[in-house]
Design a protein around this ligand. Structure first.
Ligand SMILES: *Cc1c(COP(=O)(O)O)cnc(C)c1O
Length: 510
């Protein structure tokens, strides 16, 4: 093990993620390395990552490009990293900061004094998924008399609802979305509500397409049935109010709408806080009550958990607090303005290219486009954009919706956006010249017909090797063959394939 005391740690090779070399040394050397070396190893590993800053990565990261903000959030994170959110009486600093964050979110979203929900309360969670799991748990546990609870969820709602349903054994009643408006029909939502329904869901906006569901109408049918209505504003809860102030048409979606019982908003998205903070709001404390878990029937400390995690770092909470305090309302308004400018430029770029069309007119901070020409392969286009330094997110075809490309747009994109149009046109020309990905017919036939349970580890290893996905050493430069194969597979097989692929990647370093 002493060979790991080299002054420079091995990291990914400098020629990009496609050929990323061996990973890090084992995490526990016999004798510890100097602090500087440990940091150098992380830096070397980070070199293979997509760029979190610079406005050219349109998913996963939310970058306001505000000078000094990272340093501030990092310092705040450090101040509270070792504080434990498990016990608010031991660490009142976290309780105070959480209450401040929840108050800010509630005020922004039509709750709090002067809003439609003056008694709104909430919890700080570790992320959007946790907020949604807890919204579902609270709805389920409010009805212990319902043995087999169900929830009504438009198919455009975030996959985290399916995860919540899976974890909590709540059945899902999916409602299709219209292929033009990308919204569910209110009548279809109403028709899906049954006596066992404990929750109706809508999005403001949906992650995939950035469209806002008809919240007023959906909340009304839920209220009429006596069912909770959760508005998933994880993505857009921190921008829609500002977009409205900037003059964009934003329909009512928050606590100003009667019948909306809970709202989620991720601070690690458009509140521009570092990862690990979301807020789940309830219209009143009684609605929140079944969210809590308390347990005193063991010999240890009495446990009272409002959220899924028990021990929780104060780091993300303090970082979010510092970020909100520093940017302030005026800061967010300005950032929303810059983001809109970028959205408009990117959307214009898409409109200006033959063979592409906006899947939805942007009404929030997503630009989503599809190909309307069979000779233009979207997955090849995504690779061509990657080659030009633009990292976009491909979305597979679903029901009667075509495959599409998703762009999450943040304020940092504004200064980059002017260059996008030219690169998009070039990338489209290159994708047309390359032609659609041709996978062997047998492979495509297999993908469309193989029952998921027939997928053996050997078959997956063979497929992965055939597609250039050789476990543990990174991804190929061109993802189009992989995406084409996944796109050909029905969702159930796609899920199994992805699980097996990721399981191949997740192998310990010894
Ligand atoms: C991001 C997102 C989620 C899930 O949030 P995580 O923080 O990734 O767990 C849920 N809903 C919507 C609309 C989102 O955009």
């Amino acid at each position: 093990m002493s060979d790991h005391a080299e002054p420079t740690g091995p990291g990914p090779s400098s020629d990009g993620p496609g050929t990323a070399a061996a990973g890090p040394p084992p995490a526990l050397p016999a004798v510890g390395v100097p602090a500087e070396q440990a940091l150098a190893e992380i830096r070397a590993l980070r070199a293979a990552d997509r760029p979190t800053h610079g406005g050219r990565l349109f998913a996963y990261v939310y970058d306001p490009a505000v000078p000094g903000l990272d340093e501030l959030a990092g310092a705040a994170h450090g101040l509270s990293a070792h504080v434990n959110g498990l016990d608010p009486t031991a660490f009142p600093s976290l309780l105070a900061m959480e209450n401040a964050l929840v108050g800010a979110a509630a005020t922004l979203l039509g709750g709090g004094p002067g809003g439609g929900a003056p008694e709104a309360v909430g919890s700080v969670t570790g992320g959007g998924t946790e907020s949604l799991i807890l919204a579902v748990k609270a709805a389920r546990d409010a009805h212990p008399e319902i043995a087999e609870p169900r929830m009504v969820v438009p198919v455009s709602a975030h996959a985290a609802f399916a995860k919540a349903a899976h974890y909590l054994r709540v059945a899902l009643d999916p409602v299709p979305v219209d292929k033009v408006t990308l919204r569910p029909a209110v009548a279809a939502v109403a028709a899906a509500i049954r006596p066992e329904t404990v929750l109706v869901v809508c999005s403001a906006p949906s992650y995939a397409h950035g469209v806002v569901d008809p919240v007023e109408e959906i909340a009304a049918v839920a209220a009429r049935a006596g069912v909770r209505c959760h508005v998933d504003a994880c993505f857009g809860g921190w921008t829609l109010p500002y977009l409205r102030r900037l003059g964009r048409p934003v329909p009512a979606f928050d606590f100003s709408v009667d019948g909306v019982t809970s709202i989620s908003v991720d601070l690690h998205k458009y509140a521009y806080a570092p990862k690990g903070v979301s807020v789940l709001l309830h219209r009143d404390p009684a609605l929140r009550a079944p969210q809590y878990f308390a347990y005193a029937d063991w010999p240890g400390y009495a446990m009272i958990n409002p959220v899924v995690a028990s021990t929780r770092s104060g780091g993300p909470i303090a970082a979010a607090y510092a970020t909100l305090r520093h940017l302030g309302d005026a800061g967010y308004l300005e950032l929303a303005g810059r983001t809109l400018e970028a959205v408009d430029r990117l959307a214009d770029a898409v409109r200006g290219v033959d063979g592409l069309r906006l899947l939805a007119e942007p009404e929030s901070t997503v630009v989503c486009f599809a190909a309307d020409d069979p000779d233009l392969d979207l997955f090849t286009l995504v690779d061509e954009l990657t080659a030009r330094g633009w990292h976009t997110q491909p979305q597979m075809a679903y029901a009667d919706l075509p495959a599409s490309v998703h762009l999450t747009v943040t304020a940092s994109v504004a200064p980059q956006a002017a260059g996008f149009g030219t690169d998009l046109a070039d990338a489209v020309a290159a994708a047309r010249a390359a032609g659609p990905v041709k996978l062997p017919d047998e492979l495509l036939a297999l993908a469309s017909s193989l029952p998921p349970e027939a997928l053996t580890p050997e078959l997956v290893t063979g497929l992965a090797a055939g597609l250039g996905l050789t476990g543990g050493v990174g991804l190929p430069d061109r993802m189009a063959p992989v995406n084409t194969l996944l796109d050909a597979a029905p969702p159930a097989l796609r899920e199994r394939l992805l699980v097996e692929f990721v399981s191949l990647l997740q192998r310990p370093v010894y």
